[in-house]
Design a binder for this molecule. Structure first.
Ligand SMILES: [Zn+2]
Length: 124
């Protein structure tokens, strides 16, 4: 299913997670229903350091509807690193980066190839 939108509460949660994790990164998986991202899945076995966050895909439960990933850039850069592009290509169609200062517009969404992707913000 084509992911076209994100629930405003999920976006607010991602920004809050970015704020509270800083100066470290966080990374989560995103679940969607009917093309709208509605769920955040913390991933067990995720390695998080101040400059990298890696998902071990083996840890993702079978049957999860994965829209993509979300992670933070405490340095405020709203574009993917080379490591991010590798992660993006592995799963999902929608990859959100939130960055310092983690305000309402401190985020962008990218597709698997790392191209910026528009995502509507909706209220469920
Ligand atoms: Zn990154």
């Amino acid at each position: 299913m084509f992911v076209r939108a994100i629930d405003r509460e999920v976006l607010d949660l991602l920004l809050e997670m970015g704020r509270s994790s800083s100066p470290d990164e966080f990374i989560v998986m995103l679940g969607s229903e009917k093309g709208v991202i509605t769920t955040v899945y913390p991933i067990a076995g995720t390695t998080v350091t101040s400059d990298s966050a890696t998902i071990f895909m083996d840890m993702v439960p079978l049957g999860m509807q994965i829209a993509g990933t979300a992670h933070s850039h405490p340095n405020g850069a709203l574009w993917p690193s080379d490591a991010d592009l590798q992660t993006f290509a592995e799963t999902g169609q929608c990859h959100i980066i939130v960055g310092d200062p983690f305000e309402a517009d401190s985020w962008r969404c990218f597709d698997r190839e790392g191209r910026e992707k528009s995502l509507e913000v909706v209220s469920a």
